[in-house]
Design a binder for this molecule. Structure first.
Ligand SMILES: O=P(O)(O)OC[C@H](O)CO
Length: 418
């Protein structure tokens, strides 16, 4: 039996579902054994894999979050592009089976799919229906606009239904990147970096500035409680404990919500938007991760990888993963099967993520983003946001600093990868 190592970043409920999926694969055949190892956050997993590659101790498969794509694409000698792997191993593979918004994110300029789509998400809004009702709000109506979020939060806090209006995961991914796409504002030049390495960040526009200003104002008045840096991992507990009535988080937060929000009813809504911004709401962009194959393994292992990828992409497995976790159904077949199985009818709100992703045809501001060194730029976003919250900088100064510090990293990346 050939062992195939897979390093991943799925903790908590997501990790348990992943382990179940791997066990099902291992039980389904006897040639290969996939060994899944949890390596921490997305950033930690990626750093660990890069270090392991240098020491020739890399796994065959590593899960890398969407913002690591630029870095992985540039690491040419280290990666085994998935389209090449599947062809070399004689494994049938049709990239057209995946949704265009997912494939487009991981395709090179020649149209080749470089990494294996696996867990794509998009951020949505979750709210506490019971708290809404206690506050005299309609329990079936989530806020549509940021003005609604503010007004609903005031009612919730004044009535004593909950001490905080809302919290959020990922200031970078949700309140900056997706916020920009949702309002049809550019994150950077050259189609948010898809058009080439000579790109620059432009995420300090007036719309983003107004939003960061508001987040600071809402933090000061208690309407908003920050979910903490590193992905906003402190946000879900505030929602589960009914401290904050609303949370904006990954659609894949659904698994955690179902497991932990057991004594109140949860409603689902799209991300709020500012209704005075032309073109909003546009569409949200994907997050989550894909599976990258690393060089340096023998053919038997790569055959195992190819076989495992076919298993992961099958309609049954993808539909199960989507339904269990809240990740998007990344193939049309997984969506059709979920529909046929009655999943969306039985779980109202479970399709909010899909509706939001496909609300409008993507513009060059809302296809996603691709910048070099973006993992480090994410850290800069967190740092500048902290500086804003602590009162050290105003929104304009923080966003301007984010852009100029980020652009230095992008220039260095461009110089190193020309
Ligand atoms: O928590 P996930 O897997 O939905 O990913 C969120 C972000 O996209 C990570 O960059």
């Amino acid at each position: 039996q050939t062992e195939v190592q897979w390093w991943h970043a799925m903790g908590g409920e997501l990790g348990m579902k992943l382990d179940e999926m791997v066990a099902a694969y291992n039980a389904s055949q006897s040639d290969y054994k996939v060994v899944a190892s949890f390596k921490g956050t997305y950033a930690e997993t990626m750093t660990a894999a890069i270090a392991a590659f240098r020491a020739n101790e890399q796994p065959a498969i590593v899960q890398v979050f969407e913002v690591g794509t630029g870095t992985m694409m540039a690491a040419k000698g280290a990666i085994y592009p998935v389209y090449e792997l599947m062809a070399d191993m004689g494994e049938a593979f049709d990239p057209a089976a995946f949704l265009p918004s997912v494939v487009g994110y991981y395709t090179d300029t020649a149209g080749n799919l470089l990494s294996m789509p696996f867990n794509s998400s998009t951020p949505i809004l979750y709210y506490n229906k019971d708290v809404f009702e206690k506050a005299g709000l309609d329990r079936e109506t989530p806020p549509a606009t940021w003005a609604d979020v503010e007004a609903f939060s005031a009612k919730i806090m004044e009535s004593g239904a909950a001490p905080c209006g809302f919290t959020t995961g990922w200031i970078s991914w949700i309140q900056t990147e997706n916020f920009s796409a949702w309002h049809n504002q550019p994150i950077g030049t050259l189609e948010n970096g898809f058009g080439g390495l000579e790109t620059e960040l432009t995420v300090n526009g007036p719309v983003q500035q107004k939003h960061w200003e508001n987040l600071k104002k809402w933090q000061d008045s208690g309407v908003f409680q920050y979910g903490g840096p590193v992905g906003g991992n402190d946000a879900p507990p505030k929602f589960y404990a009914q401290e904050c009535a609303m949370i904006m988080n990954s659609s894949a937060g659904r698994a955690g919500v179902i497991a932990n929000a057991t004594n109140f009813e949860v409603g689902y809504g799209m991300l709020p938007y500012y209704d005075d911004v032309e073109g909003a709401p546009q569409n949200s962009i994907i997050g989550g991760a894909t599976l990258w194959v690393l060089q340096g393994k023998d053919e038997a292992q790569y055959k195992g990888v190819a076989d495992f990828f076919s298993f992961l992409a099958s309609a049954e497995v993808q539909a199960g993963w989507h339904q269990d976790t809240g990740y998007l159904p990344i193939t049309q077949a997984a969506y059709d099967l979920s529909t046929e199985q009655g999943y969306y009818t039985a779980n109202p709100g479970a399709d909010v993520s899909i509706k939001q992703m496909t609300l409008n045809a993507p513009t060059e501001n809302s296809k996603g983003l691709r910048f070099g060194s973006y993992v480090q730029i994410r850290d800069i976003i967190d740092e500048e946001f902290q500086a804003l919250l602590s009162g050290g900088k105003d929104a304009k100064t923080a966003l301007d600093a984010l852009v100029s510090r980020g652009n230095v990293l992008i220039r260095e990346f461009e110089a190193a990868n020309k």
